[in-house]
Design a protein around this ligand. Structure first.
Ligand SMILES: [Zn+2]
Length: 443
C-alpha cells in the first residue's frame, strides 16, 4: 500500500488552513478505489472546514495499472522545473511505486512512464487501456450534454414529451444505461435527492421513446414464454414477431430451439414452396438463418461464461487460502459460477470424493454467509427468525433482540409475509405471521 501524504495547505477562497491527503501515486492493484476517484475528478480534492468550499490540489501524479501494463505520469505546467529536476521527481515517484510492488510485478515497462502534458490526456489514455476509445468518450460526453439539455428544458410534462420526440434517435440503450448508472452512483454515495430525481426522469421519459416501445415489446415477448410453451407455439410467436422482438424470443426460448424446432421450420418452408408461395418460403429461410446466427452467438457467450466460471473454481480449489481468493474476486461470483459450483459439488458427492466435496462445500458456505451479510440488517434478522425453531426458539430470539423490534421492522415482517403469499410460499408466509404475532406480544 502506498500511503497518502498528509499536508496542510491554505484555502484558496478564505486562506484558512486546511489539512489534505495527497495521493501522488495511484497503483490500481493496491488501491483500486483511487482509480474511480481520479477518473471522476474527486482525487486530491479538499473541503475547507471554514468556508465549506471544495478545491482541487495540483501536483505530479504517477498512475500504474499492472493488469494493463500501463504506467503514466502527469507533471503540471505550474511545476516549472529544470530537466534535471523533472527527471529526479519522476525517478523519486517511480522508485516509491516499484518499491511497493512484489518482485514478480517489477517489469521493464515500469522504467519508462509515459508522460502526459494534460490530466485529460492521461484520463483518455487510461480509458483507452480499458477499451473505451476516444469516440466512445466523445459519445458519452454528448450523452451527458443531452441529459443536461433535457433537465434544463423539461419544465413541464408537455415540454418533456416534446423533447423526448425531438431527441428520440439519441435516447437509446446507451443513454438509459448511463442514466441508470447515475441513479446507482448517487444512491451509493447517499445523495438520495439526486438519485430520486434521475430515477423519476428515467421513468417519465422511457415510455415516450422508440427505445422504450422496443423494450416493452421485448418484455412482452419474454413474458409469453414459460415452461408449458411448445416448440410449435414458439415457432408461431417467432414467425409473427416484429424485428425488435426476435432476439428476445430466441433468448427466452433457447432450450426449445433444437433439432425438432428446425424440422418444424423446414417443414413450413417446404410447404410454402410446394404451394408456390415463394415470398413466404424466402422469408422463413432468412428467418432460419437469423435464428441459427442468434443461437450460435448466445451459445458462445454462455460457453465462455461457463469456462470462466470453471477456471475460477479450479483456482479456488488449488489455492492454499481459497477464502481470501474468494473475497478478492467477489465480482466473479455470478449465476454462471454458482451453476458450475453446484454441478461440481453434485458430481463430487456422486463419485464419493469426500475431500473435494468438502472443499466445494466450504466455498459454498462462505458465499452464502457473504450474501447474507450483504443484506440489510432487517432482512438478516428475518432470515434468522425463519431458520430458528418455532415457537420457543423464536420467542427467545425476539426477547433477546427486543430493541430491534421497531415499528419499521414489524412493518417489514408484514410486507415480507405478504410477498411470500403472493409468490405462493404459503408456509413461509404463515410462519412469518406467527412470528409477527409473537413479536407483538414481546413488544
Ligand atoms: Zn475556505
Amino acid at each position: 500500500m502506498i500511503a497518502a501524504q498528509k499536508v496542510t495547505t491554505s484555502c484558496p477562497y478564505c486562506r484558512a488552513s486546511v489539512p489534505v491527503e495527497i495521493h501522488s501515486i495511484i497503483d490500481v492493484g493496491q488501491n483500486p478505489d483511487l482509480k474511480g476517484q481520479f477518473l471522476s475528478g474527486r482525487l486530491n480534492s479538499a473541503t475547507c472546514p471554514n468556508c465549506r468550499r471544495t478545491f482541487q490540489m495540483g501536483g505530479a501524479l504517477l498512475y500504474h495499472d499492472g493488469s494493463k501494463d500501463f504506467l503514466g505520469i502527469f507533471l503540471p505546467h505550474e511545476i516549472n522545473l529544470a530537466n534535471k529536476d523533472r527527471q529526479r521527481l519522476i525517478g523519486d515517484l517511480n522508485r516509491r511505486l516499484v518499491d511497493s510492488l512484489l518482485p514478480e510485478q517489477r517489469r521493464a515497462y515500469l522504467f519508462q512512464p509515459k508522460e502526459f502534458i494534460t490530466l485529460n490526456g492521461m484520463v483518455e489514455a487510461i480509458l483507452a487501456a480499458d477499451g473505451i476509445t476516444p469516440e466512445m468518450q466523445r459519445a458519452q460526453r454528448e450523452r451527458m450534454q443531452l441529459l443536461e439539455t433535457i433537465l434544463r428544458g423539461a419544465t413541464s410534462a408537455d415540454a418533456l414529451q416534446a423533447m423526448a420526440k425531438e431527441y428520440d434517435a439519441k435516447l437509446d440503450l446507451n443513454f438509459f444505461t448511463m442514466l441508470a448508472a447515475m441513479v446507482e452512483q448517487y444512491a451509493a454515495e447517499g445523495d438520495t435527492q439526486s438519485a430520486n430525481m434521475f430515477a423519476a426522469l428515467y421513468q417519465q421519459i422511457l415510455p415516450q421513446t422508440s427505445f422504450g416501445d422496443k423494450a416493452r415489446a421485448q418484455q412482452e415477448a419474454v413474458g409469453q414464454i414459460n415452461q408449458q410453451t411448445t416448440r410449435e407455439q414458439l415457432l408461431n410467436m417467432i414467425v409473427a414477431a416484429e424485428d425488435d422482438q426476435l432476439e428476445a424470443y430466441v433468448m427466452a426460448g433457447r432450450p426449445l430451439i433444437d433439432y425438432g424446432f428446425y424440422q418444424e421450420l423446414t417443414g413450413r418452408i417446404e410447404t410454402a414452396q410446394a404451394a408456390g408461395d415463394t415470398a413466404t418460403a424466402q422469408r422463413l429461410t432468412s428467418l432460419r438463418e437469423r435464428i441459427l446466427a442468434l443461437t450460435a452467438q448466445l451459445d458462445q457467450a454462455s460457453r465462455q461464461m461457463l469456462e470462466e466460471a470453471s477456471t475460477f473454481l479450479r483456482d479456488l480449489l488449488q489455492a492454499p487460502d481459497p477464502q481470501t481468493l474468494l473475497q478478492e474476486n467477489w465480482d466473479r461470483v455470478d449465476d454462471a459460477f454458482m451453476q458450475v459450483l453446484e454441478m461440481n459439488l453434485e458430481a463430487a458427492m456422486q463419485r464419493g470424493n469426500r475431500p473435494v466435496a468438502n472443499r466445494l462445500n466450504a466455498i459454498m458456505q462462505t458465499i452464502m454467509q457473504q450474501m447474507q451479510s450483504a443484506q440489510p440488517p432487517e432482512v438478516q434478522f428475518i432470515n434468522e427468525l425463519l431458520t430458528t425453531e418455532y415457537p420457543s426458539g423464536t420467542r427467545k430470539l425476539l426477547v433477546e433482540r427486543r430493541a430491534e423490534l421497531t415499528p419499521d421492522f414489524l412493518a417489514a415482517l408484514d410486507e415480507v409475509a405478504g410477498m411470500m403469499e403472493q409468490q405462493g410460499q404459503a408456509e413461509v408466509a404463515k410462519r412469518l405471521r406467527d412470528v409477527r404475532g409473537q413479536a407483538a406480544l414481546v413488544v
